[in-house]
Design a protein around this ligand. Structure first.
Ligand SMILES: NC(=O)c1ccc[n+]([C@@H]2O[C@H](COP(=O)([O-])OP(=O)(O)OC[C@H]3O[C@@H](n4cnc5c(N)ncnc54)[C@H](O)[C@@H]3O)[C@@H](O)[C@H]2O)c1
Length: 436
């Protein structure tokens, strides 16, 4: 099939490439000329395991193209996926301008029947709004062209995006059009499984399923982060508590890790957006507002722990391991590092940071006061303390003897609970994790 992804970020690039790998002809469109230029050379602007090989293979075989040519790419496609960003506005509401612009372009340029699919995470009612925008453009052109709008939210996780796309837990397709249903069922057939089927539903249900899923996962994390404070007070271990809870099949073990808070481009914005939507309809969203509040508080909870060991941080060197919001991605959007580094800089601490993949992105945002180290150990030289913010595998089994030699003071604040507190104390470290 001939597909178009409008927006070649994490979602558009991964979905477009994976669809091409299934044999479809895919165009990925973006307004960022530089991004398109590098992608056409096979250079991937994001770090996502397995993606580079797939892009190279499909570019070579001519099934994948990157372009800035909105008009022609829209004309050629049978199915158009809207994969543009929906970032939060200051009041938490999703900024829908990119989605609406994409819809406008579709209305301006279609010449034949299209299936327009929203992959971006959007508020309930967006499919209707997209229909209205396209129809308004067609009216201006005095054209009557048939099209269907489908909500097909994307559930891939950064860091495992290719794998998730190819082996999804579920595929949600929200539409009332039989033609769109049949076409998308054919498109997704190679990756749907008997046990993980396609769920057909209404546009509104599909739109809400995405927000509700992210809000539920974020709630689990904030729930555990809330409990972590109690664990610290009473001398319990949140990891043991999570393990015991997770053995209950009604609860399950995933997304029960306490830590330094969730980040990324989805959970923080989607929790705020769904709370805002509820409020728009006249309901107070105490639960989701609190989930968000707990997360912000959690991001701020590590520096006070550090200050118990070093009350005055001025002039002290603090090493940071991990900048990305989670391992196996270079994405630092809403990452805990942004809050923690801001807190440290306000206390006039010196910061030496290291991340295996996210340093280029971090350099663009953290312009002052941070020295970026070439490797994890270089960041530790003469450091008074180490704060761990991302649980990259390479931080899990470090050479602690080497760490002791390099650091001036042997203090570790572990925002991801990757070390054993008893072992670290035995090794001579002053160690504090989260909730233990
Ligand atoms: N990142 C994730 O893990 C993830 C997972 C599931 C869903 N989502 C949702 O998918 C959407 C996209 O997220 P993302 O992380 O891929 O965003 P992103 O910011 O990485 O990419 C968006 C891209 O769209 C481009 N763009 C904007 N307007 C355009 C237009 N009119 N024409 C062509 N290109 C345009 C931008 O230049 C950018 O490259 C969001 O709604 C997000 O919530 C993201």
């Amino acid at each position: 099939m001939k597909l178009l992804c409008i927006g070649s970020g994490y979602v558009g690039l991964v979905s477009g490439t994976c669809f091409a790998d299934l044999g479809n002809d895919v165009i990925c469109l973006d307004i960022d000329e530089k991004k398109v230029e590098t992608l056409n050379k096979g250079i991937i602007p994001i770090y996502e395991p397995g993606l580079k090989e797939l892009v190279e293979r499909n570019l070579k075989q001519g099934r994948l193209k990157f372009t800035i040519d909105t008009e022609n790419s829209i004309k050629q496609a049978e199915i158009i996926f809207i994969c543009v960003g929906t970032p939060p506005k200051a009041n938490g509401e999703a900024d829908m301008s990119f989605v609406y612009n994409a819809a406008e372009s579709i209305g301006k340029h279609i010449v034949s029947y299209k299936i327009v699919v929203t992959k971006s995470t959007v508020p309930v009612g967006t499919a209707e709004k997209i229909k209205r925008i396209i129809n308004a453009e067609l009216k201006k052109r005095k054209k009557k062209i048939d099209f269907d709008v489908v909500s097909n939210p994307e559930f891939l996780r950064e860091g495992a995006a290719v794998k998730d796309f190819q082996n999804p837990d579920r595929i949600i397709i929200g539409t009332s059009s039989e033609k769109a249903k049949e076409t998308l069922a054919r498109l997704y057939k190679p990756i749907s499984r008997a046990t993980k089927p396609i769920m057909f539903t209404t546009e509104k249900n599909a739109e809400l399923i995405k927000y509700a899923s992210n809000a539920m996962l974020a709630t689990r994390i904030s729930f555990m982060n809330e409990l972590s404070h109690l664990c610290e007070e009473i001398g319990a271990d949140i990891k043991a508590v999570a393990k015991g809870m997770g053995l209950d099949t009604r609860i399950g073990s995933r997304f029960l890790q306490a830590g330094c808070g969730y980040g990324g481009s989805c959970f923080p914005k989607d929790v705020k957006a769904i709370a805002q939507i509820l409020e728009q309809y006249g309901f107070t969203s105490n639960l989701l507002r609190t989930v968000d509040y707990i997360n912000e508080r959690q991001k701020r909870s590590l520096v006070p722990k550090l200050k118990k060991f070093i009350p005055k941080l001025e002039g002290k060197t603090i090493a940071i391991w991990g900048l990305s919001f989670k391992p196996r991605t270079d994405d630092i959007r809403e990452a805990p590092c942004l809050t923690v580094i801001d807190q440290l800089l306000k206390e006039y601490a010196k910061i030496k940071a290291y991340d295996p993949e996210a340093m280029e992105n971090a350099k663009k945002v953290l312009k002052k006061g941070v020295v970026f180290a070439k490797n994890a150990y270089e960041a530790l030289k003469d450091a008074d303390a180490l704060i761990i913010l991302t649980e990259w595998d390479e931080f899990r089994e470090p050479d602690f003897a080497k760490i002791k030699k390099l650091m001036k003071q042997h203090i570790i604040i572990d925002g991801r609970n990757i070390y054993d507190p008893i072992e670290l104390k035995k090794l001579g470290f002053k160690y504090k994790g989260v909730g233990r």
